[in-house]
Design a protein around this ligand. Structure first.
Ligand code: 9WN
Length: 420
């Protein structure tokens, strides 16, 4: 085991709050949905039981309709804004009212396969069966509330839901959001971190206006889906859910469960996801459903088509041409925004920095599609960033310096998953 693996394990242990792991104790002192999924990959390399517990704890906060929140406020902490009082979900434990990219099914399949490889399938089968039901409920919620007309994509109702909070993809779709009644509030993120690394005041106003809208609707997800002022088909969540459904179907088969409904979701996505292909820009990208407009941005999420299992020679070629062009421009792949874009900012959150978890998905997808050299570049750049700067939340793609919080759980988890 390397020194880095020792440090990575120590970070996960230090951020463990007993059954769930905070992304970073200071900046994000609660349980986050997709963070926990990635964290489980890290735990699985040295504490299998704890890995399963991470996901089980998240699903203990699942709502009766299948929804799984993006934040679970297991304990009080005033270090983060907006806290449980602002969300006002009326649930126990208190939660947010939006979700996050559904990575969990893919992770549970990985945990299951790793248990099986260690000869422990019988031991973990009851836990896998229970989680399967939970995951199926969540994916059904996605089908009902984030893709009601079966177009095969995921419609995000909030930039936070995409996990790529201030990606420029949300700029134009964000314009109609009325921020005039947001009122005064105090951000906590800019108290912990350099404001240059964080979203702007206008972006925060929009985030809060959408929270207020959802809260006023009593977090009735059907009503929100009909009337939310922000409805964007997100390329990231759509690719991640397609992949997650493939993994859930594999789990159904392994566990002797009926997979017909899951197979239908996959068929819907395979038939419909092409609406996220921007023929003019020749890239996969998000699309505003209120105007029908593509964002036209090449972001790191655009490269998740390989991870989703989409295979289209012409589009794959176009994506690889983008990859190779970008790889010439930055030292570290994969920047969250195309460096040739005028909006590229090397340290501002999802407008430039490299994120280890997105790299893990891109690297996985490229390797599975047979693009070994590119997959290797993504993996070795990620490990080089961590070795050079530490376990930061994200990294500057030009000089490799860390950006955002340090001792970050999901970065530690990816280092472990990729080193072992
Ligand atoms: C809002 C915890 C989360 C990640 C997101 C990342 C950031 C939160 C914030 O931190 O979002 O959910 O307050 O900035 O964008 O992907 O899950 O690490």
């Amino acid at each position: 085991m390397t020194q880095d693996s020792n440090t990575a394990r120590a970070i996960l242990k230090a951020n463990d709050r007993g059954g769930y792991t905070v992304p970073n104790g200071r900046v994000y002192p609660f349980q986050w949905n997709w963070d926990s999924a990635f964290v489980a990959l890290g735990f699985d390399t040295f504490d299998r039981d704890r890995a399963w517990t991470e996901i089980e704890t998240l699903f203990r906060a699942q709502w009766p309709d299948g929804f799984v929140p993006h934040i679970v406020f297991w304990q009080e902490d005033d270090g983060y804004f907006p806290g449980p009082g602002v969300w006002d979900s009326g649930r126990t434990p208190p939660t947010s009212g939006i979700t996050q990219p559904p990575v969990a099914a893919t992770v549970v399949r990985t945990l299951w396969d790793s248990a099986a490889a260690a000869g422990q399938s019988e031991h973990y089968r009851p836990r896998a069966q229970a989680l399967f039901d939970r995951l199926l409920g969540w994916h059904r919620w996605f089908a009902e509330h984030r893709d009601a007309n079966r177009s095969g994509v995921v419609v995000a109702m909030h930039p936070w839901e995409t996990g790529r909070d201030n990606s420029p993809e949300w700029d134009v779709p964000g314009v109609p959001i009325d921020v005039s009644n947001v009122g005064e509030y105090t951000r906590r993120d800019t108290g912990h971190l350099d404001a240059k690394m964080r979203p702007t005041k206008l972006e925060y106003d929009r985030y809060l206006a959408l929270v207020q809208f959802g809260r006023a609707a009593g977090w009735d997800h059907a009503a929100i889906a009909r009337s939310n002022p922000f409805r964007v088909a997100d390329v990231g969540m759509s690719m991640i859910l397609l992949r997650a459904n493939r993994d859930l179907l594999a789990l159904a088969q392994a566990l002797g469960r009926n997979g017909d409904e899951i197979a239908r979701w996959i068929a819907d996505a395979e038939a419909g996801i092409h609406i996220l292909w921007d023929a003019e820009r020749r890239t996969w990208c998000s699309r505003d459903l209120l105007t029908g407009r593509h964002s036209g941005y090449v972001t790191s999420a655009s490269f998740l088509s390989f991870y989703a299992g989409l295979r289209d020679p012409e589009r794959d070629e176009a994506m690889m041409a983008h990859f190779d062009r970008i790889a010439e421009r930055v030292r570290y792949m994969v920047p969250s925004l195309d460096p040739d874009d005028t909006g590229f900012q090397m340290i501002r959150y999802w407008r430039g920095p490299v994120w280890a978890v997105v790299n893990w998905m891109i690297g996985q997808g490229l390797a599975e599609a047979g693009h070994e050299a590119r997959a290797k570049r993504v993996r070795s750049d990620t490990l080089a960033l961590i070795q050079g700067s530490g376990f930061y939340e994200a990294f500057n793609p030009l000089d490799g310096s860390g950006s955002g919080g340090d001792d970050f759980s999901w970065t530690a988890a990816i280092a472990l998953a990729w080193q072992t």
